[in-house]
Design a protein around this ligand. Sequence first.
Ligand code: UDP
Length: 236
Amino acid sequence: MRINVLGVSFDNVTMAEATARGRELLGADGAHYVVTPNPEIVEACRADAEAMAAVNGASLVLPDGIGVIYGAKMLKTPLKERVPGIEFGTAMIEYCARTGKSVYLLGAKLGVAEQAAENLKQRFDGLTVAGTHDGYFADDAEAAAWIRDSGADMALICLGAPKQEKFMAKYGEATGAKLLLGLGGSLDVFAGVAQRAPAFYVNHNLEWFYRLMKNPSRIGRMMKLPLFLVHVAKEK
Ligand code: UDP
């Protein structure tokens, strides 16, 4: 069942249910993609019909960010739990390593995807990285061909929102991958270029605050959160 929060239809799943579904999709026919919207992305979708269609066209729409959980609760259609994209992605990479499926890493600044590949191969025994490329390319069709030529089963598309969602909606099939995951800044974290918040912040739903302290220039983007809650209150 999907739950509508300001036009974005979220899958009402736990992390365990999400990864079970991800494993199913990886073995299914055709190409499927997963998106992990936070309030900032929901707000971007409200202003961009193509982004909204790309997000809602995903096979799995996971609530990343406590703001979405609060929003759904305020609308009296609560979601089971927060499913952070990076944790979902990590679980899927671990599954690929275990089952001999290969992964392509697309996105982030020059050299980051390669470093992420090295770190992930160290962390997950037997992981095959079919290829990597930075996220600053001119031709989307060409990027899709890099993935197709690599023969990857799964692709991490980390270009920031809503660019990555639009890429997956338009070129998902052309990549030949069975499953594509739109994971924002995750390659920076896997590469060790950016750090995830310590457990205290994650457990107290304060990850957003940690990210703001680390990078105060995000304030403009973060102001989308109160705006999102105002829009939810109006919707109610
Ligand atoms: N990025 C990219 N190509 C672009 C724009 C951004 O590869 O044209 C990358 C950027 O380097 C970063 C990621 O996309 O690694 C977006 O990170 P951000 O922190 O904005 O993502 P979030 O996880 O907050 O959605």
